[in-house]
Design a protein around this ligand. Structure first.
Ligand SMILES: [Zn+2]
Length: 468
C-alpha cells in the first residue's frame, strides 16, 4: 500500500498562572468557564481523549499544557499518555512529538535560550512518555539553521514544517526530505500538505463529512503513479478539533478509524516513516519563516501584513530583550565564582520543575562548595528569575494585533516577576529600565501602555514581602 496518510495536531496553551500565587486568575473572556484552559478542555482535550484520538493522530502537546492537565485533569492526562503508549508498545515508535518548552519563537531567541528550551522540551517529554522523542515541534514552526543544528545534536530525527518553508519553488509534500546542516549533521523534515491543512483549518465545510473529505480532497493530494511510497500529511492546531470548530473531534476519530481505511489509505505516523524508509531527497529550508506569519517571523517582533496596526510589538520585544540581558548578567555575576557551567545549571533546572531533583541538591551538584548558604539561596532565586524571563517570551504575546489582551499582559507579569526576584536576591534595580522601556509599548487606540500594566503588577508584588 503506497498511499500513506497522517494527521498531526499541535496542542498548546501558554502558562496562564500568576507567577507568585501559581493560580490562574479569572479570564472573563472564557465565561462560563473560569479560564481558557478549562473551556478548551471541555470542548477539545477531553472529547478527543475520549474518542481515543491521541492514539490515531500524530501530536505534540506543549509542556505547559501537559503540566496543567496533569495537575487539574489527571484522568484525561492519563488517557492521553495511555493512548500514546499503545502505539509505542505496538510499533516501538511514538505518535507523540516533543515541543520546545515555553513556545518561544526560536529564531528570535539567543543560542542559550534555544538550547535550554529544546532540552527542557526533550526532558519533559521523557519524563511523561518514558522514552526519548523522535520528533520535536518547533513553536509556530518557526525555524532557523541554529535551531535545527541543536535538534540534530540532541538526536531529534525529524520536525514538521509548512510547505512554503522549503527553499524551492514548489516542494513535493508526498515524501519527507533530509536537510543537510553546516555541521555535517542532518535532520528529516516533513512538509504538511498546504492545501489540505488550509481546508481543515479555515473551511469548516470541507470537514463536515470525513468520507467526503477523503474522496474530494485527500485522494487528489497523491501525485504521480510510480508505485513509490507516498505520504499525505495534514497539520493544524489541535484545538481546532472541537474548540474552534464544533464536532471536529468526531470527524477526526472517524476520519482515521474508518474513512481513510475504507478508501484504501494506510494511516501512519511520521516516526514510522523515519524508521521504515531511507530519506534520500534533500532540501534546503528558508530560515526565519513560520507557519502563521507570511512575513517570515515579523509577526512576533513588529508590524507585518498580518497585524499592520500593532506598533506596540517592537517596543515590547525590545523591552523584554533588554530585561533578559540584564537578568542573565545578574545570574552570571552571581554564579560565576561558584560554577564554570552556569547555562548547564539552567538547563538542568528542568529537573526541579519536574520534581525530579530538589533545588538545593541541583545547585550543590553544579557548584564548587565555596558558596555560602545565602549565596546558594540567591542562586536558586535567580534560576527562577531565569525561568520566568524565558516564560515571558512565549509567542502568544505577539500573535494578535490588539495589545489589550491576556497574552501581552501575562508576558509583562512574568517580566516584572523576574525583575522582582532579581531585586530580592541581589538588590539590583532592573525595574526602572524595564518600566521605561515598556512605556514605549502602547496599544493601537492609545488606551493602554506597557508601563501601566507593569506598574499595577509591580505594586501588587511589592505588597508581598520577601521572596518566596
Ligand atoms: Zn505576518
Amino acid at each position: 500500500m503506497p498511499f500513506n496518510f497522517s494527521v498531526h495536531g499541535h496542542f498548546y496553551q501558554p502558562s496562564r498562572e500568576d507567577p507568585l500565587t501559581g493560580l490562574i486568575p479569572d479570564e472573563p473572556g472564557a465565561s462560563p468557564f473560569p479560564n481558557w484552559n478549562e473551556c478548551i478542555f471541555e470542548r477539545c482535550y477531553r472529547p478527543n481523549a475520549e474518542a481515543e484520538n491521541f492514539r490515531k493522530i500524530s501530536f505534540d502537546i506543549g509542556p505547559t499544557l501537559l503540566r496543567w492537565l496533569e495537575r487539574n485533569k489527571p484522568a484525561t492526562y492519563q488517557q492521553i499518555l495511555e493512548q500514546e503508549r499503545q502505539n509505542f508498545q505496538l510499533y516501538a515508535i511514538s505518535n507523540a512529538m516533543a515541543q520546545a518548552y515555553y513556545h518561544l519563537i526560536l529564531p528570535l531567541a539567543s543560542r542559550e535560550d534555544k538550547l535550554t528550551q529544546i532540552l527542557w522540551g526533550i526532558r519533559d517529554y521523557e519524563h511523561r512518555f518514558g522514552h526519548a522523542p523522535q520528533g520535536l515541534w518547533l513553536p509556530e514552526t518557526a525555524v532557523d539553521i541554529e535551531s535545527l543544528e541543536i535538534l540534530a545534536e540532541q538526536e531529534i530525527q525529524f520536525t514538521i514544517l509548512a510547505p512554503w518553508q522549503a527553499d524551492v519553488e514548489h516542494v513535493d509534500t508526498n515524501h519527507p526530505y533530509q536537510v543537510e546542516l553546516p555541521s555535517g549533521n542532518s535532520l528529516a523534515v516533513f512538509f504538511y500538505d498546504g492545501y489540505l491543512s488550509g481546508q481543515v483549518s479555515f473551511y469548516p465545510a470541507a470537514t463536515r463529512n470525513a468520507d467526503e473529505f477523503v474522496n474530494d480532497h485527500v485522494l487528489a493530494a497523491y501525485h504521480g503513479e510510480d508505485g513509490s511510497q507516498k505520504l499525505v500529511l495534514v497539520a493544524s492546531d489541535g484545538e481546532l478539533y472541537g474548540h474552534h470548530q464544533a464536532f471536529r473531534d468526531k470527524f477526526l476519530s472517524y476520519l482515521l478509524d474508518g474513512a481513510a481505511n475504507d478508501a484504501g489509505l494506510n494511516v501512519i505516523f511520521p516516526g514510522q516513516w523515519v524508521e521504515d524508509y531511507d530519506i534520500q531527497a534533500e532540501v534546503a529550508i528558508r530560515p526565519n519563516t513560520s507557519w502563521s506569519c507570511h512575513h517570515g517571523v515579523d509577526r512576533w517582533r513588529g508590524v507585518c501584513g498580518d497585524a499592520p496596526l500593532a506598533t506596540w510589538k517592537a517596543p515590547l520585544r525590545n523591552a523584554l530583550d533588554r530585561l533578559a540581558g540584564a537578568v542573565d548578567q545578574a545570574y552570571l555575576d552571581l554564579t560565576r565564582p561558584f560554577t564554570a557551567e552556569p547555562w548547564e545549571l539552567r538547563d538542568d533546572y528542568i529537573q526541579v520543575l519536574l520534581g525530579q531533583t530538589p533545588l538545593p541538591e541541583l545547585i550543590r551538584s553544579h557548584t564548587n562548595g565555596l558558596a555560602s548558604l545565602a549565596e546558594l539561596d540567591a542562586i536558586g532565586v535567580l534560576l527562577e528569575a531565569e525561568n520566568n524571563r524565558m516564560k515571558m517570551f512565549a509567542s502568544d504575546a505577539w500573535f494578535f494585533e490588539d495589545f489589550d489582551r491576556i497574552e501581552p499582559r501575562n508576558a509583562i507579569h512574568y517580566a516584572a516577576y523576574s525583575a522582582w526576584l532579581v531585586k530580592g536576591a541581589t538588590g539590583r534595580d532592573l525595574f526602572t529600565a524595564l518600566k521605561a522601556d515598556l512605556a514605549q509599548a502602547v496599544g493601537t487606540d492609545g488606551a493602554l501602555s506597557g508601563d501601566a500594566v507593569f506598574s499595577a503588577y509591580w505594586e501588587w508584588l511589592e505588597g508581598h514581602h520577601g521572596v518566596s
